[in-house]
Write a protein that binds this ligand. Structure first.
Ligand code: NAP
Length: 284
């Protein structure tokens, strides 16, 4: 193995863990997978996400870098168990969608921990949903804190670069505020859009609406139709920030309702002109 090729551990072989495995393996790294279910481990090896896989965490003792890719609520409990097997030089990172509670606890028990969040996904979950090039051209956020070793930052940055991702640095707190607006709020808005549509009383109307739903509805409902566990975890671990965003969203929605109720087409047009101008700032 050449110097730049590493032993990399992935703990939690699902959509994100399996996809990371595909692309890091492609770069020549040796990937050791660990997951809860034996059948998941077998599938991960068969489909080529990892070189070897096991349900036994101690297999990760030879890994130089470990990505914890389990559901959010398990990241810290799993790290607590994992560190019993690791030399102090092992760099551990996670991929969780919320950073503050994870990073606070994880850095207090493992010096060589650096929080991360590859911002890419699909509506699917589990190892069968893993995809090649999932992270290419998408943001990868790293959230080092004052005590994070420079070497750990450099190594993680290099791996994210090898995935073809666009790397961003910020504090865990700023990360959680930002993703509340552009990721966690949209999940809740999109979910409530889907459930609101089911409140139509006339079955014939609902059925026709389902047939007519096209690209606009696909775009606006996509994130509300994703993995429910992920949505609950975002709300549970980023509760304060999400509540702030949701309250602001309700205020803006109420203003639209008022304009329409008052038949104040001028205000409505002003608002929609503004949102038309704003959108490219978030999407380009
Ligand atoms: P996922 O597809 O459900 O994968 C999670 C995997 O963790 C499961 O396949 C499961 O494997 C494994 N697992 C569960 N409990 C375990 C345990 N006790 N020990 C070892 N493995 C365990 O979920 P995901 O979408 O990849 O999300 C994983 C993480 O990525 C989350 O923290 C999430 O916040 C973050 N994330 C998700 C997205 C997204 O859009 N999906 C984007 C960015 C970041 P078994 O089959 O073996 O049970």
């Amino acid at each position: 193995m050449s110097k730049s090729q590493m032993n990399i551990g992935i703990l939690g072989l699902g959509l994100i863990g399996g996809s990371l495995g595909f692309d890091l393996r492609e770069q020549g790294h040796h990937i050791i997978g660990v997951s809860r279910q034996e059948s998941t481990c077998e599938q991960a090896v068969t489909q080529g996400s990892v070189d070897e896989a096991s349900t036994d965490m101690s297999q990760l003792k030879s890994a130089e870098v470990i990505f914890i890719c389990t559901p959010l609520g398990l990241i810290v409990p799993i790290l607590e168990q994992l560190i019993a097997y690791l030399p102090p030089t092992t760099i551990v990172t996670d991929v969780g969608s919320v950073k503050t509670p994870v990073v606070k606890h994880a850095t207090s028990i493992w010096n060589n921990f650096i929080g991360g969040h590859p911002m890419a996904g699909t509506a699917e979950s589990g190892i069968a949903a893993a995809k090649r090039k999932l992270f290419t051209n998408n943001p990868y956020v790293l959230t080092p804190v004052d005590t994070t070793a420079n070497d750990a930052i450099k190594i993680l940055e290099n791996l994210a670069y090898q995935l073809g991702a666009n790397i961003h640095y910020c504090s865990p707190e700023v990360h959680d505020k930002a993703v509340s607006w552009i990721s966690h709020l949209p999940v809740m808005v999109s979910a409530s859009l889907l459930s609101a549509c089911m409140n139509e009383n006339d079955d014939k109307v609902v059925q026709l609406a389902q047939k007519l739903a096209s690209s606009g509805f696909r775009d606006t409902s996509r994130v509300g139709g994703g993995n429910p566990e992920l949505g609950v975890m975002m709300a549970k671990y980023n509760r304060q920030e999400l509540l702030t965003s949701l309250k602001q969203y309700c205020y803006n929605l109420d203003r639209l309702i008022e304009s329409i109720d008052r038949e104040d087409w001028e205000s409505l047009e002003q608002e929609l002109n503004l949102t038309q101008q704003i959108r490219p700032r978030f999407t380009v």
